[in-house]
Structures are given as C-alpha cells and as structure tokens.
Design a protein around this ligand. Structure first.
Ligand code: ADP
Ligand code: MG
Length: 252
C-alpha cells in the first residue's frame, strides 16, 4: 500500500483527516512550507517499509536544522537543506542527474509529512501497531494492539531497527499520558482505526487485514501514521500474552 495513495484515500473522510499528519509530495517548496508550519517534518519513500530511507528534520533555531538518519545526526543551514537532502536521498547519483529533474524524481518517490511529537518513556518514543481484520462479509474488528518503543537514540520505532515490543496498556500508563484515562485513550484508538479501515476498504475493496501504525502525541491526541496491508503478525509473539496472536490466526 503506497503511503501517498493511502493518505489520499484516508483524507477523503473528514474525521479521519483530522487524525492524519499533513502529507505532501517532496518538493523544495512543500518541504520548506511544512517545516515552517510545524517545525519538524519526516521524509519517507512513498513505497518504503521497515524504516528504510526515513529522514527526520527539526528546527534548532537560528536557521539551523537537525537532520537525522537512523543514529546519524547532522546540523545544516536552511539554505543548504535541500541540496543536502538531495545528495542524501540520491546518494552518489545526484551528480549525474540534471538539476531540473531532481524535483520531479523526489516528488515521485518521497513524501514529506508533519512529524508528530510522539509520547515517550525514558526519552524513547513509542507508537502503536493496531491490527484490524475481518472475515468475508463480517464487520471489521481490532484483533490486537502492541506498543513499539524506539531503540536507544532512534526517533523511529521500527522493529527491525531494534524497537522493544511491549503491551499497550502498561506502556501508556508509564508514559506522561498517565493522567488521562487509559480506557478512553485505547477506545479512541480503536474507533479511529475502525473508521479508517472502512475508508480504505472503499478504495481497496479486497482487503481483509490492515496493520495501522498509530500514535498518541504528547497531548494524548490519536494520529494515524501509516496503513500496512500485509502486516507481520509474528511481532505479537513477542508479547507474553499470546491471546491476540491466536485471535489473529483465527481470521486466516
Ligand atoms: N509523521 C510522523 N511523526 C512522527 N513519527 C513518525 C511519523 N511517521 C513515521 N514516524 C515514525 O517512523 C516509523 C516508520 O514510519 P512508517 O510511516 O511506519 O514507515 P515504514 O513503512 O518504514 O514503517 C513509525 O513507526 C514512527 O515511529
Ligand atoms: Mg511502519
């Protein structure tokens, strides 16, 4: 499921749109506009997965920006940002590509998105995998949820980059959201996921399973980060309680 296409499908539902980080195709103009508007953005390959090619950028003040790829951080000026990113994204090939083509290539392959300030535990951000499944003609159901706590030093929470898998309930309780009601936070997560999957089904009629990456921001608001149409359910085996994993198998 291409991230740009899924975003455009989801944002057709106005309520869901209010839970989507604003996303645009990656051009210099879009990048600078979103950076000015939000102070922090994330770049992703539209057809990427497993955190590959993800670059985060945040304002450091005084026209300086922090660019992070995995554990590597670099401070660049606003003026240098786009050419730095072009080199980073296109790696050694940039010199062989006509500068007029660069914008087009980037906009076909990368998206730029408002970077949500994720909830953290001990300075490690986390997001939440929400599995939504249906059998043919039965209503959609949330069959499992787990938290992915970013590996030390990382700002992205992909499992292959060393994230720790934890139960959602204890993770939310340990975070600074602890003064909000756990039940209402979790039920909002389910409601948003169930409404979003209906919208996806409209554009992708054959789907039976979606693994959403969702998160709470530091205010407790729910966001949808991405929709995976072939999510790995084996990460649920890392939880001590295997009930959710077993439920997921019963949908196959
Ligand atoms: N808009 C965002 N704001 C904050 N963190 C994000 C955002 N988008 C992605 N991330 C982080 O990066 C991770 C990977 O991004 P995702 O869109 O899920 O791509 P992938 O297909 O590579 O998993 C997410 O699990 C989350 O930790
Ligand atoms: Mg993901």
């Amino acid at each position: 499921m291409n991230k740009w296409e899924a975003y455009n499908a989801l944002k057709e539902d106005e309520l869901i749109n209010s839970h989507l980080p604003e996303t645009r195709l990656m051009t210099e103009e879009n990048l600078m506009e979103l950076l000015t508007k939000y102070g922090a953005v994330i770049l992703k390959p539209a057809a990427g997965s497993a955190g590959r090619g993800i670059i985060t950028i945040s304002s450091e003040g005084n026209e300086r920006l922090m660019v992070q790829v995995k554990l590597t951080k670099k401070v660049v000026t606003r003026d240098d940002l786009f050419s730095y990113l072009t080199r980073e994204i296109l790696k050694g090939f940039a010199q062989y590509i006509d500068s007029g083509e660069v914008n087009k290539i980037l906009s076909e392959t990368y998206i730029v998105q408002h970077r949500i300030p994720l909830m953290e535990i001990d300075h490690r951000p986390f997001d939440i995998r929400v599995m939504v499944q249906r059998k043919s003609e039965t209503p959609w159901k949330v069959t499992g949820k787990l938290a992915k706590l970013a590996n030390y030093g990382f700002v992205i929470t992909n499992v292959n980059l060393g994230a720790t898998i934890l139960p959602v309930e204890t993770t939310v309780q340990r975070s600074s959201l602890q003064n909000l009601s756990l039940q209402s936070l979790l039920s909002e997560l389910d409601q948003v996921a169930l409404r979003a999957v209906e919208r996806l089904q409209y554009n992708y009629p054959g789907i039976r399973v979606i693994g959403f990456d969702m998160c709470f921001d530091t205010q407790g608001k729910v966001w949808i980060i991405e929709a995976n149409n072939s999510p790995h359910d084996n990460i649920f085996l890392q939880l001590e309680d295997k009930t959710m994993y077993e439920t997921m198998q019963s949908y196959k």
